[in-house]
Design a binder for this molecule. Sequence first.
Ligand code: LFR
Length: 470
Amino acid sequence: MKKTHCAAIDLGATSGRVIVGAYTAESLELTEVHRFPNAFHRLNQHEYWDLGGFVSHIRKGLTEAKKLFPDLVSCGVDTWGVDYALLDKDGRLVTPVHAYRDARTEPLRDKLIASGDDKKLYEWTGLPLINYNTVIQLSESLAAFPHLREAVDRCLLLPDYFNYLLSGKMVNEVSIASTGQLLDLTTGGFSQETLDYFGIPQKWFQGPAKAGMSLGKVRDLTGLEDIDVILAPGHDTSCAFEAIPRIGNDLFVSAGTWLLAGGLTAQSASGDVAYELGVSNERDGQGGYRPNKILLGLWLLEKVLPYFSGKPTNDAEWAALIERADDVGRAEILIDTVDRSLFNPENMKEAIDANLAHQGGKPPADLPGYVSLICDSLGASVANTVDKFCTLTGEVFDNIIVVGGGSKNRLLCQRIADFAGIPVTSYKLEGTTVGNIGYQLLGLGVIDSLDEFRQVVARDIAKHSYRPIS
Ligand code: LFR
């Protein structure tokens, strides 16, 4: 049976990968051809991404992909949300690119919340005001550098920017535009009210475009010129949600640096209750609603590990650590996962200890203690979200499906089930990569619908079920 080979360029905030999918009408096989660690860099109190580094890793990954799979037909890019590049009319970068954990937007966020204008913005866009949202970052950049209004011609979110470097086409893709709080909740177009409110020039954005279109061939990379660049959902979370085969009435959790809990629905969640609950009405690659709640995720664990010796380096060592964490038992006092001091602390261990001390708790004794505490706290915060979604929609979820790196963490999955009182099914599914490849296959005309693709993917998924234990 003929195989179609597509490369997913999946850039995460803490690691990046290039993975090739070999698709037949019966199966999807994945081969990771390149992986690299990723981090932002602090320069004079501000956080920035190293764009040149990404480009050299993309080149390396695609070259390796082409070497191993000479008939590679296409590639597609997804990244974390909200960060962006500002370009002049020749596509030249006008400013360095900030990383979303930069604290520069905090005063503006506080001001907007104090004035109640965040509610107005929620009515327009359906997104809660988080200090890293693209609109608030752009507003801060314009206040700091007023000349940007004239100097900048286009704003491309990061996946759009990498697509531009690869193909020469400037396109604003819909899923990544939505997570930046740039789109109108009702029309799905760029929100004129929001752009005007922040004084952001309308001409910086076009579209938005739905995922699945071809942007043309790779340019400027010798030996790779016959590869098509296809617009994948630029937002990694959208790719992940859209890859998930359903079981019943499921709530999805994409567990990585962040925990994103929600679903794909025909309706947006709007009004006072949705605003109070902080539901984020993002969009999928076709422009459909993808409401979710954004929760602190495995970033807690990634950032606490460096403070201990003997941190795990492979799956077996992780399994042993999780085993020891399981023996610690349930924590009495949990981390308050909405505490802002956990967003980007200098020292995560101290930030967690302070969070506990504030509630009258003591620091865990060792690394397994922290792992257990983190799994408990994340489990409780997902459970709280499930409750909120039930209140909002009146729906009863009969299953929680966990995908992403966190799906391998059996303690996290068990604790989500325990706190939520609903069974959890973990899928061994590289959600972001699979969703990205699904859209490439749509664009190539190899599949007719994502549903068809998800059915094929479902055949080979290794699953594990966790029953709630109270
Ligand atoms: C996950 C993610 C989340 C978004 C956060 C910041 O990688 O894309 O969906 O809220 O990163 O952009």
